[in-house]
Design a protein around this ligand. Structure first.
Ligand SMILES: NC(=O)C1=CN([C@@H]2O[C@H](COP(=O)(O)OP(=O)(O)OC[C@H]3O[C@@H](n4cnc5c(N)ncnc54)[C@H](OP(=O)(O)O)[C@@H]3O)[C@@H](O)[C@H]2O)C=CC1
Ligand SMILES: Cc1cn([C@H]2C[C@H](O)[C@@H](COP(=O)(O)OP(=O)(O)O[C@H]3O[C@@H](C)C(=O)[C@@H](O)[C@H]3O)O2)c(=O)[nH]c1=O
Length: 258
């Protein structure tokens, strides 16, 4: 497996991508490059190139080379409406620039080529830079966490393994859905997710701040976020034996630093 930083390969540079593809002849390409929620508001043009345009030309180049292409997308392509987890077949309904650009990136990748799988993940954790790790690295005590944002926390290393397995299956010629939800189950509020981690840390005798559940509106962010973006991952259980469980890893005291 070979990973690239943006300095080694700028995904917005179609010629450079084509050259690397020709030189390395990879079995498959997984594109995780993106600008996040804040950056997509602050640097809209760069975000448009990375999040929306690049997936299209990468998919096209991969198809020409006969290389399966997996593109990582997000729960934030969805908005607020249904009171159930979002299915792959639901139309996108993004609320912020990041969500709009990621939705455009999905569309461009699928329009450009076959041999593409869009994998939507959500609320990634387990790299010591995630939401809970950041709460623990800060000095706030108590920490205030939204009880009214419901989503699908997704363990990074477990989802990475599934992405590699998916890539192998695409290489083997298996039929894979064009869009696949690969996120943690069951749906949970941000506050309950954090409470699960904090309760386990407390039991393990680790320093743990007090948790105060608050509403999303208390953060007064200028950037709208979906209050219900949990992903229905039923389709993935037809490919992988079980669901991705966020609870076990959230309760492991060494998952989050601090
Ligand atoms: N974090 C989360 O909770 C979620 C993330 N996702 C998706 O997962 C993927 C990874 O997100 P996350 O780990 O949060 O993001 P990070 O911001 O941690 O990483 C994004 C990566 O994109 C790279 N990148 C940015 N611009 C370019 C470019 N022009 N060319 C090449 N690489 C570039 C960066 O490389 P470098 O550092 O070298 O500049 C960085 O490694 C994204 O597609 C995101 O949309 C989806 C749902 C949830
Ligand atoms: C700082 C803070 C935020 N919040 C809430 C407000 C808001 O709803 C949310 C914002 O947290 P974050 O900044 O981690 O979340 P955000 O940038 O919205 O996270 C997203 O990242 C992108 C890349 C994705 O694709 C999404 O799946 C999701 O993981 O958390 C709290 O509850 N407590 C806090 O102390």
């Amino acid at each position: 497996m070979r990973g690239f930083s943006s300095a080694e390969l700028d995904v917005t540079d179609a010629v450079a991508f084509h050259r690397v593809l020709g030189r390395l002849r990879p079995d498959a390409v997984i594109n995780a490059a993106a600008l996040g929620v804040e950056a997509s508001e602050v640097e809209p043009q760069r975000a448009h190139h990375v999040n929306a345009i690049a997936p299209g030309h990468m998919a096209q180049a991969c198809q020409l080379a006969g290389t399966p292409f997996i593109h990582i997308s997000t729960d934030y392509v969805f908005g607020d409406v249904p009171d159930r987890p979002w299915r792959e077949s639901d139309p996108v309904s993004p609320l912020n620039s990041y969500g709009h650009l990621k939705a455009e990136g999905e569309h461009n990748a699928l329009a450009a080529a076959g041999g593409v799988c869009i994998c939507r993940v959500a609320w990634l954790f387990g790299d010591q830079k995630d939401f809970i790790a950041r709460l623990l690295q800060g000095n706030d005590d108590p920490v205030r966490v939204a009880y009214d944002q419901i989503g699908s926390p997704t363990p990074i290393f477990h989802v990475a393994k599934r992405l590699l397995e998916l890539a192998s299956r695409m290489v083997a010629g298996d039929v894979i859905p064009e869009i696949l939800h690969l996120a943690g189950s069951p749906p949970v509020s941000r506050a309950d997710w954090v409470a699960t981690a904090f309760d386990a840390r407390r039991r393990a005798g680790k320093r743990t701040p007090k948790l105060v559940p608050v509403s999303m509106s208390e953060f007064g962010s200028q950037i709208p976020r979906p209050s219900r973006s949990a992903l229905d991952c039923t389709l993935a259980t037809q490919i992988f034996a079980d669901q991705l469980d966020w609870q076990e890893l959230t309760m492991r005291a060494d998952t989050f630093s601090g």
